[in-house]
Design a protein around this ligand. Structure first.
Ligand SMILES: C[S@@+](CC[C@H](N)C(=O)[O-])C[C@H]1O[C@@H](n2cnc3c(N)ncnc32)[C@H](O)[C@@H]1O
Length: 426
């Protein structure tokens, strides 16, 4: 492994501030990286006009930073809400147009006489999550947003709508996965929570118009500064099978999921039910890299065999606890192997792949994710050229860390494509 270079000081000054400029803060999303991380990679390993890929783009942080720096960017994510957030994040819309639409929209919502129950979607345990008055108001907002002309402006208002769903639900605002806690119930009993969805939506639209204005201003600067407006496009949903031609990409940057750490589908299930983005929760979850879903017929016949010695040791330790857990971790690393092979195919000769990753725990066992991924990448035709580390403040939505400390190091692994992959299987 190359000797790590510590970036804590450089990145530390941004923690908690200067991370939500333009549309970076347009919607919550779990395990986002701060924009300064992809910015560092873009400035270090690409130039204006290059093509950049984020195969696990999440809310689109890499894409927005690429756009600001004059690089073309392409994003992939399995999560339908992530794709909508990223789309709105990278699509400048004239703020005067949005302002005038928002005036009309809010007036229609305010003057609506109700009776919109047909707009309430089917949500398992609906009454556990939402009060009757909230359901009625959300249905009214949804009706008027959905009746707008389809396109970029409507998507902006869908994101405004999505942003209030969790706050209007009975869930604790601080839980990563929606959860009705006794703390939240107590706040409700004391009358310290507001369930006025219409006012909340109005305020949210007002605040997000400021973000949209910021993006519009940046887009004008970008147009002036670079030879042409950079492309920023969402091109697919599976990091193991990306629809781009061989050798199209100069640089890939990503922060991948971890094995069984964040349940991406559950985190935003309430929003996705309201937005009509979730048909089959089990099917979507099964396609997520790092899923904790595994079926007996998959793991019963499976044997923990692998060429990677660190992974073998980890699997044996987990096998002592439970075979299913060992299989979940194996499946995660095998899916990441498939991602490395895919990115190897897409990168130009000597192109780089920057991966932001740390370690985590699973079933109280330390999983040195970055070290195992580095070994797999090398068998998939990459060379680990350099490594950076920085302190991470472990906020509530972060990955369960080894030793439970609040400050841990994350790594930026910088791989360079050297040859075609040789690793047929783990
Ligand atoms: C750590 S998050 C990325 C966050 C992102 N860097 C940001 O700033 O918003 C990892 C992402 O991987 C996505 N993911 C999981 N499985 C995937 C797959 N098979 N193909 C593409 N994306 C996937 C998850 O939906 C999640 O958005």
């Amino acid at each position: 492994m190359p000797r790590p270079v510590d970036l804590s000081e450089e990145l530390g000054r941004y923690i908690g501030k200067q991370v939500s400029y333009a549309t970076h803060g347009i919607h919550r999303y779990p395990a986002k990286f701060i924009p300064q991380i992809p910015r560092f990679c873009l400035e270090s390993f690409s130039k204006v006009g290059d093509d950049v890929l984020d195969p696990f783009m999440g809310s689109g942080t890499t894409l927005l930073e690429s756009y600001i720096l004059g690089r073309n960017s392409y994003g992939v994510d399995i999560h339908p809400l992530a794709r909508l957030i990223a789309k709105v994040k990278i699509t400048p819309v004239d703020p005067h147009h949005l302002e005038s639409l928002s005036g009309q929209l809010l007036a229609r919502i305010r003057s609506d006489e109700g009776g919109n129950d047909d707009w309430i979607p089917e949500i398992p345990n609906r009454d556990h999550w939402f009060r009757p008055g909230v359901l009625r108001d959300l249905a009214t907002i949804k009706k008027h947003v959905w009746r707008m002309r389809k396109g970029d402006s409507q998507d902006f208002f869908k994101i405004c709508f999505s942003s209030i769903i969790r706050k209007m639900s009975n869930s604790d605002a601080d839980s990563l996965i929606p959860e009705v806690t006794s703390f939240r119930k107590k706040l409700d009993e004391q009358g310290r929570t507001s369930f006025d969805s219409i006012s909340k939506f109005e305020n949210t639209v007002r605040n997000k118009l400021i973000d949209a204005e910021g993006l519009w201003r940046i887009s004008k600067e970008v147009e002036e500064k670079y030879w042409s407006t950079p492309v920023a496009r969402i091109i697919g949903n599976d990091a193991r099978d990306v629809e781009l031609r061989n050798s199209d990409v100069d640089l890939a940057i990503t922060s991948p999921p971890y094995a069984s750490a964040v349940h991406y589908v559950s985190v935003h299930k309430l929003e996705m039910y309201w937005l009509g983005l979730l048909d089959d929760i089990a099917k979507l979850d099964g396609r997520v890299v790092g899923t904790s879903r595994a079926y007996v017929n998959e793991y019963r016949p499976w044997e923990p065999k692998t060429e990677v010695s660190e992974l073998r040791a980890l699997l044996l330790e987990l096998m002592e606890k439970e075979k299913k857990s060992a299989y979940i971790v194996y499946k995660y690393f095998d899916d990441m192997r498939r991602n490395f092979i895919e990115v190897n195919r897409l990168l130009k000769r000597n192109g780089r792949y920057c991966m932001v990753v740390g370690e985590n725990t699973f079933r109280k066992v330390r999983v040195p994710t970055y070290a195992i991924l580095a070994r797999i990448a090398c068998k998939c035709g990459f060379e680990l050229k350099s490594m950076y580390v920085y302190d991470v403040i472990n906020r509530h939505l972060d990955i369960p860390r080894w030793n439970n400390s609040r400050i841990e190091k994350d790594h930026i692994l910088v791989f360079q494509r050297r040859r075609a992959p040789t690793m047929e299987c783990l």
